[in-house]
Design a binder for this molecule. Sequence first.
Ligand code: ADP
Ligand code: MG
Length: 229
Amino acid sequence: MNESLPVLALNGVTRRYPEGDGFLEILRGADGMLWPGQAVALVAPSGAGKSTLLHIAGLLERPDGGVVAIDGEVASELDDRARTALRRDKIGFVYQFHHLLPEFTALENVMTPQLIAGLSKHEARERAYELLDYLGLGARANHRPSELSGGEQQRVAIARAVANAPALLLADEPTGNLDPQTAEKVFSALMTLVRATGLAAVIATHNLELAARMDRRWTLRNGLLVELE
Ligand code: ADP
Ligand code: MG
């Protein structure tokens, strides 16, 4: 990680979807920068384009225009293979629904991305256990997702997202399906990780109380990213 470079830089990002005879303009030139160790809340009404922005920042979707750079690497200048490698090495993604593999245990779910990245089974297991333990799930490591509570499932999903020590964590309403108390637990786990690792995080949320506890707040207004305060 290069401290002088933003982990995430968005420059003039545009995205539109065909609608009827014309287009629905979701992003109209979004600019934003995020540095190591910063957590930014992305707070905007439903339909404003939060998921679209996160998918573009996460290299899951290509913008129609503009530049996305991850840790100084301009994604649009890369071929598909390099882009996939950049995403795998630098970015972790957490969705509103956990998307854990149902037939695997929590431990195996956290091991999987590490095995794909080339770590040995032994190394992957050690790191997975360490992460789960850190997130208060040591005793749940050998349970399958169906045997875990919603909050536990989300914490496993967070452990999986950071298993390969990404520079950037993107979370799309990660506590949106949880009751307030459980949401608090999951959010605390997320912030502990950010604080402990120097990770940068963008967390879309409708929870203003949680947003207030992050370092910065972004909203989307008319397709532009606006810094609040
Ligand atoms: P948010 O996450 O803030 O609720 P989204 O980024 O999911 O917003 O969506 C923004 C807008 O773009 C919505 O009006 C949505 O219906 C529209 N949209 C999102 N994805 C597509 C798509 N693949 N095709 C057409 N419209 C889409
Ligand atoms: Mg969304």
